[in-house]
Design a protein. Structure first.
Length: 105
């Protein structure tokens, strides 16, 4: 989208006018976070801590300095475990216990 088109749409939305484009794309930004999904090692550290705040304690107990780390949105739990030499399955098990997630899921 060009800057001119963007400014037109923003101006139309602020003034209450509608455009076909603004109605069609109104709810696409910011992208909605997916519904809470089960814990898995592919979740980003940031998403995990925002979805399950009680998980922060697990990171602290494991002496992982992930809470507040600027790389959190980009690191998965698997990345964090690898960086901190933590057993992934044991860490996932502890997270599931702390967050109340089912252990078989």
């Amino acid at each position: 989208m060009s800057i001119a088109a963007f400014l037109f749409i923003v101006g139309a939305q602020r003034s209450g006018r509608s455009t076909a484009y603004s109605h069609r794309h109104q709810s696409t930004w910011p992208p909605a976070m997916s519904k809470k999904r089960s814990l898995d090692l592919d979740l980003s550290v940031d998403h995990l801590m925002r979805t399950w705040p009680e998980a922060v304690g697990v990171f602290v107990r494991q002496r992982m300095l992930c809470a507040g780390c600027p790389i959190g949105p980009f690191h998965t739990m698997a990345d964090a475990c690898r960086e901190h030499s933590i057993d992934e399955e044991a860490f996932l098990r502890e997270l599931r216990l702390a967050t109340g997630e089912r252990l078989d899921g």
